[in-house]
Design a protein around this ligand. Structure first.
Ligand code: TRP
Length: 447
């Protein structure tokens, strides 16, 4: 089985050079590794949480799609889609919302940060917090679990969201799984080798610091002036520079081969002027970006082609999400009417038949202890007992289970039912099985 790698890109802005080196370029490289099935998508529902500007959302979705394709993403190989083209995602999001503890969301860093800011400003704790922000991690869990991703490459700020996804997945599996697992546990993937580009002022390149270098925006003629604004120390040409300590060199290294970087570094150390260094940097970045920028311009001129690619991506994604959602709907009880009636008839027949066909069977387990199983009319296991030392205990316990109503022996906690007889734990099973277990025992004691 290939490893499924999945990540989302929030569509609230125009990609800059830092997004390219830190996310786009490494993700495209990863998608070409053998044994990897990559799922990359535009998280446009997430974008609605913080951005109420429809023009900006629309523009950003288009620019980000064009950027990834221009940068070399192969839509034949990668499943590349917009979140909002997959209606099963918000549907799953609701199912997950209904099994997620509100307390879990109270602990989300992004939400807590908003509350802290409000408290510092002495306003209402939830001032300006919408429900989208509050339950943001559940939508992210739906993105990941919909496609049962194994690895999720994200920045460190997203680690908690992946942990929450695992929590939520476990809870759903536990409540509805009945032994079969719907969701696999995703793992976070933090890539420490990937360049975090410094911005113009040396802090991490980020839109929120207003220190970015554009990627394609403004064309080649916008790149050079941005690079000229990189902050350096005031050493004159001819004076040796501290290459390692300069963010100009970090930027260069993110685009050059090791040999080129070594050469650049030696030039700086032997007195290359900052102006000349900036020219070299601009030329080196331009060399990588120029062919992509051309493809990008082409794509932006033909948005219908982008749309075709994204529609094909959505169809590919939905060939997985639609059948999976059908299973999930059935699991939670959202079933077509005939299926419900058929199920009920079978249930009624079961009740009469159960006495004949449901049964307790005792056996000796691998450790030499005595146990019993309750098998349903269909022969499938409904519960497995705890191990006991004395074989005589089995007869007494199964008898006791038939003599008293199950409700008087069973307690439910956190989706698990425990059967206790005279203070001894006899068996436990998922709460979802409670009705079948009760029906089977009921039939037995009548028969
Ligand atoms: N929240 C992520 C971010 O801001 C974007 C995102 C949305 C995402 N859904 C996802 C990332 C699913 C990984 C998997 O970076």
């Amino acid at each position: 089985m290939n490893t499924r790698v999945l990540t989302g890109i929030t569509t609230s802005g125009t990609p800059h050079l830092g997004n390219y080196a830190g996310a786009i370029r490494p993700s495209i490289q990863a998608s070409n590794l053998p044994g990897v099935d990559a799922f990359y998508f535009m998280a446009d529902y997430h974008a609605l949480i913080k951005c109420g500007d429809p023009q900006r959302i629309a523009r950003s979705r288009l620019e980000i799609a064009a950027t990834w394709i221009a940068a070399g993403l192969d839509p034949e190989k990668v499943t590349f889609y917009r979140q909002s083209d997959i209606p099963e995602i918000p549907e799953l999001c609701w199912m997950l919302t209904c099994v997620t503890a509100k307390g879990l969301m109270n602990r989300a860093h992004a939400y807590k940060a908003s509350v802290d800011q409000n408290l510092a400003k002495q306003v209402e704790p939830d001032d300006g917090v919408n429900m989208g922000l509050f339950s943001y991690p559940i939508l992210m869990a739906a993105d990941i679990l919909m496609f049962n991703a194994n690895k999720v490459p994200v920045g460190r700020d997203q680690i908690q969201h992946i942990e929450m996804t695992r929590d939520i997945a476990q809870r759903f599996n536990h409540l509805y799984g009945q032994g079969s697992e719907f969701f696999v546990m995703p793992e976070v993937q933090i890539d420490d080798d990937v360049a975090t580009l410094p911005g113009l002022d040396g802090r991490k390149m980020s839109k929120s610091y207003d220190n970015t270098i554009p990627l394609f925006e403004g064309g080649a003629k916008a790149l050079r002036p941005a690079i000229m604004r990189i902050v350096t120390d005031s050493l004159e040409p001819g004076q040796p520079k501290d290459a390692e300590g300069s963010h100009l060199f970090s930027l260069y290294r993110a685009f050059a081969t090791p040999a080129e970087s070594l050469d650049f570094r030696q030039q700086l150390e032997s007195g290359l002027g900052w102006g000349d260094a900036k020219n070299l940097l601009a030329a080196r970045i331009e060399q990588e970006l120029a062919p992509m920028r051309e493809r990008y311009a082409d794509l932006m001129d033909r948005p219908d082609r982008i749309e075709d690619i994204l529609q094909a991506g959505a169809a590919k994604a939905r060939s997985l999400s639609q059948p999976f959602m059908a299973r999930l709907r059935d699991a939670v009880g959202l079933r077509a009417a005939p299926a419900v009636v058929a199920g009920k008839r079978a249930g009624a027949a079961d009740k009469k038949q159960a006495g004949k066909h449901a049964r307790f069977v005792s056996f000796r387990d691998e450790a030499g202890k005595f146990r019993f199983r309750l098998l349903g009319a269909d022969g499938l296991e409904l519960l497995l007992s705890e191990p006991f030392d004395n074989p005589k205990a089995i007869g007494a316990l199964t008898q006791a289970m038939q003599n008293a109503p199950l409700s008087s022996l069973a307690t439910e906690d956190n989706g698990i039912v425990q059967v206790n007889i005279d203070g001894t734990l006899v068996a436990s099973f998922p709460a979802a099985k409670l009705e079948s277990v009760a029906l089977a025992i009921d039939g037995l004691s009548q028969g």
